[in-house]
Design a protein around this ligand. Structure first.
Ligand code: CAA
Length: 379
């Protein structure tokens, strides 16, 4: 067992760390405060090849492995989870889905600009009444011969207004339940497609989350992904990889908060010595470091399994379940280590604590991960 990153992976990790410090850190508090999407930063992430990391070079991607991708997610998320979620959704849910299951036409037309970072994409599965229960899709796509007629509403869509390309899951044959579901590529600007107001969120406030409304949108037949009825499997397979990316985001949020708490504890003095020298604080730091390391091993292993072409459903859900819990635990403790300073925005840890919560909710709640894990181990 080799616990060592390659030279290339170390270089990519360093590039992401440098980018996070120089490009994401300045302005991160203001973007959170004013719910401002990191548009310039996302453009630069695209130029660096971070938006289509695992896509082959043939389709405009960087042709890298999943481990490199989680290293980048971890580093970006230490500083700005609102920016890293764009990287996660574009890579894992949109580009991966298109490269793995799209037609040549779809890859040429839609994947290339997404993988090269000229455009960003959105993944539209959740609905007002179909969050965890993803088989209960109410959005319909009626087969009209040359096109599908799309009607319905999607909720909590990341990159909702900033995306150009939307992968939309909808029901075509209700009697067939999940076997009647399809996935479609919908373009911004198609007639009947409207974007609702931005959600005012607790965390990842810089990210762009909206409801989307489809009212008699004509989607050309060639925009259906895969065979008729493949949509639910498409969503599940795509989400499996997405969960590794969100696990890496959670890991990064935890590691970012821990690094801040460690620095603070070494500098801040009370009762005549740095607070890190008080056992009450030193033990907290020890627990935080241990949990982060355990989460890191789960996340890297899940990515490694994916890179080997081995099954990673179980490992991905375990990584997400555990890393997101660690993100919550560690960020709460990081605020505690900072005392009163932790409660004010300038010290960053309160934002990381708010950002951590979404990692237990999106791309499958913790309870969904427990469901997937228990099914896998009981099979
Ligand atoms: N791979 C392939 N097929 C899968 C699969 C997988 N990982 N998981 C399920 N399936 C298949 C099953 O084999 C079954 O097919 P057959 O009938 O042909 O055997 C079919 O899908 C239905 O599966 P289940 O009976 O297991 O369905 P279920 O309703 O009991 O449970 C679930 C499925 C795992 C709970 C699923 O609904 C789920 O993952 N829900 C959570 C949804 C989610 O993660 N949403 C996130 C939204 S996206 C997001 O958050 C993005 C963002 O903005 C950041």
């Amino acid at each position: 067992m080799l616990f060592q990153l390659s030279e290339e992976q170390l270089m990519i990790q360093q590039a992401a760390r440098d980018f996070a410090q120089s490009e994401l850190k300045p302005g991160v508090i203001e973007r959170d405060e004013h719910q401002k999407f990191p548009a310039e930063q996302v453009k630069k992430l695209g130029e660096l090849g971070f938006l289509g990391m695992m896509v082959s070079e043939k389709f405009g991607g960087s042709g890298l492995d999943a481990l490199s991708y989680v290293l980048v997610m971890e580093e970006l998320s230490k500083i700005d989870a609102s920016a890293s979620v764009v990287v996660s959704v574009n890579n894992s849910l949109v580009c991966y889905g298109l490269e793995a299951y799209g037609s040549e036409f779809q890859k040429e037309k839609y994947l290339k600009p997404l993988a090269s970072g000229q455009q960003i994409g959105a993944f539209c599965l959740s609905e007002p009444e179909a969050g965890s229960d993803a088989t209960s899709q109410q959005t319909t796509a009626e087969d009209k011969g040359d096109y599908y007629l799309l009607n319905g509403t999607k909720n909590w869509i990341t990159n909702g207004s900033t995306a150009s390309t939307y992968l939309v899951i909808a029901q075509t044959h209700p009697a067939l339940k999940h076997k009647g579901i399809n996935a479609f590529i919908v373009e911004k600007g198609m007639e009947g497609f409207t974007i609702g107001p931005k959600e005012n969120k607790m965390g990842i406030r810089g990210s762009d989350t909206h409801s989307l409304m489809f009212n008699d949108v004509k989607v050309p037949k060639e925009n259906r992904i895969g065979e008729d009825g493949f949509g639910f499997k498409f969503a599940m397979k795509t989400l499996e990889g997405g969960r590794i990316g969100i696990a890496a985001q959670a890991l990064g949020i935890a590691a970012g908060a821990y690094e801040l708490a460690l620095d603070y504890a070494k500098q801040r003095k009370s009762f005549g010595k740095p607070i890190a020298e008080h056992q009450a604080i030193a033990f907290k730091l020890a627990d935080m470091a241990t949990k982060i390391e355990a989460a890191r091993l789960l996340v890297y292993k899940a990515a490694w399994l994916k890179d080997q072409g081995l099954p990673y459903t179980l490992a991905g859900s375990m990584a997400k379940l555990y890393a997101s819990k660690v993100a919550m635990d560690v960020t709460v403790e990081a605020v505690q280590v900072h005392g009163g300073y932790g409660f004010v925005k300038e010290y960053h840890v309160e934002r990381l604590m708010r950002d951590a919560k979404i990692t237990q909710i999106y791309e499958g709640t913790s309870e969904i991960q427990q469901m997937v894990i228990s099914r896998e181990i009981l099979r």
